[in-house]
Design a protein around this ligand. Structure first.
Ligand SMILES: C[S@@+](CC[C@H](N)C(=O)[O-])C[C@H]1O[C@@H](n2cnc3c(N)ncnc32)[C@H](O)[C@@H]1O
Length: 454
């Protein structure tokens, strides 16, 4: 107690510290003063029911007392959120409109870190994960080229390359701006910027006023099946989705995110993620003599098509598929837009394309949404999808097989990333296999009906 009093803490703070020391079983010495400090800064209560503690996934929020379903467990007013407008005016004036909000928030973190104890945000900044901490460097932007190759099947691969490019672009702009202000920041490295960028990506939320860091709320860890989330309002609130006993970890849902998104933005994945998805490309082959007509019909009906690098080579589209939960025909099956695309792709006469366009005009205007009347044509359309999916399944299996088990002497970081790559691919493979089962079943049922009718 004398030590705390010597640190200049008020009696209330000392009592809070003693109380939490007794209560906490995930005690986090470094964060004990953080919430009282934030509440003083906000001039309002932020949470009477939660504390910041330690978990297997870095810091986390825990119940400090019993929580009932429907209780408001935290509210962070806008005046203690960190938004791009908090960027020092001198630095802001040197940045153009193309500099993204994530880069601006990352710059705020770096400049506040530099100010050390003089920073008005010092108690918050000092609780953020440090560059060396394992969980903060798992995001794929930190993966090497060969590590990224492990997941080249997944959209995360391309997204990471795009993101790394954007980070470098933003870094050069920020560096140029800070070089004009050596009194604020003498030298900034790409590594420092990437770390700050990853911190922002994994803990900033969007709101009616743009993107901001939400101190305290951003210590909540993610559970994809939780119904508690940060309400997209100016003051950020979270409402408990169930009862919690004292000291239970309180998880929230960041969003209905696939493992691809979780890995890219937050650096972790969850097993059996119900939000997993796969992006598949379906192309109109360049040898298709009806290719141009098919493209015209698709565009006339507002189905987006992409012409790839060389106009004469491929045209096609990308579709997101999620796990198809019921192979027996119940539930949603594959996206209707993908099945419509396959029906158009399957047409082998201009008359068939005209018939599809007429059918759309006579109904709700949407192209190829109804099954072909001729069930053998309907089967052929879906077999195009089946063959695409079988091809992808083979590729995923081959990629996973090539990820040899790591030697016991391999570095811990590589072993972790390899395991994440395997888990990511396994989740996407599960989605593809569910689509395969659904399509197979659909075609078999159609075949059975047509032979019965014959
Ligand atoms: C918004 S922060 C949450 C607080 C963070 N644990 C900390 O120490 O400051 C998001 C980060 O927490 C970690 N995290 C959150 N939920 C997780 C989960 N379910 N599994 C693994 N890591 C998780 C990841 O490192 C993620 O980037």
């Amino acid at each position: 107690m004398r030590k705390e009093r010597e640190e200049g803490l008020s009696l209330v703070d000392v009592l809070w510290r003693l109380r939490t020391k007794v209560l906490l079983n995930h005690h986090d010495e470094e964060c004990v003063d953080f919430l009282p400090w934030l509440e003083r800064k906000a001039g309002a209560e932020i949470s009477s029911k939660l504390y910041v503690g330690k978990s297997a996934c870095g810091r986390s929020l825990f119940a400090s007392k019993s929580i009932k379903t429907g209780d408001c467990i935290l509210r962070v007013p806008y005046n203690v959120q960190i938004a791009p407008v908090n960027l020092l005016p001198k630095v802001a004036s040197l940045l153009d409109n193309e500099t993204g909000n994530v880069a601006k928030l990352a710059t705020i973190i770096l400049t506040e870190q530099k100010r050390g104890q003089e920073s008005e945000w010092a108690p918050y900044i000092s609780c953020l994960p440090q560059p060396g901490e394992m969980h903060s460097t798992v995001c794929t932007i930190f993966w090497s080229k060969s590590e990224l190759e492990m997941i080249h099947q997944s959209t995360v691969y391309q997204e990471t390359i795009k993101e790394k490019y954007q980070i470098k672009k933003d870094f050069l702009k920020i560096k140029a701006a800070l070089d004009h202000s050596p009194e604020i920041f003498d030298s900034i490295t790409l590594e420092d910027f990437m770390h700050a960028y990853a911190l922002v990506r994994s803990r900033a939320w969007g709101s009616t006023r743009g993107v901001s860091l939400i101190p305290f709320a951003d210590f909540a860890n993610h559970d994809g099946v939780s119904e508690a989330f940060i309400i997209n309002d100016e003051d950020k609130q979270v409402i408990a989705d169930r009862d919690f006993a004292p000291h239970e970890e309180v998880l929230i849902r960041y969003g209905k995110f696939s493992n691809a998104t979780l890995l890219l933005e937050f650096g972790f994945i969850v097993p059996d993620n119900i939000h997993d998805q796969v992006q598949i490309h379906v192309d109109i082959p360049n040898h298709d003599f009806l290719g141009e007509m098919k493209l015209d019909v698709l565009r006339m009906h507002h189905l987006p098509t992409t012409r790839y690098a060389n106009d004469s080579e491929f045209s096609g589209d990308s579709f997101i598929i999620k796990e198809v939960r019921s192979p027996r025909g119940k539930g949603k099956g594959l996206p209707q837009s993908l099945r419509a695309f396959a029906r158009v792709l399957c047409c082998n006469s201009s008359q068939e394309l005209i018939d599809l366009a007429m059918e759309a005009a006579q109904n709700d205007g949407r192209l190829a949404r109804r099954p072909f009347k001729d069930s053998s044509r309907e089967i052929q359309a879906h077999e195009i999808l089946l063959s695409r999916i079988i091809h992808l399944i083979k590729e995923y299996n081959a990629s996973m097989k090539s990820l040899e088990p790591v030697a016991p002497s391999a570095c811990k970081r590589f072993a972790l990333r390899r395991q994440m790559a395997l888990d990511l691919l396994a989740g996407e493979l599960r989605v593809l296999e569910s689509a395969y089962t659904w399509l197979n079943n659909y075609c078999a049922t159609l075949l059975q009906h047509s032979t019965t009718n014959d």
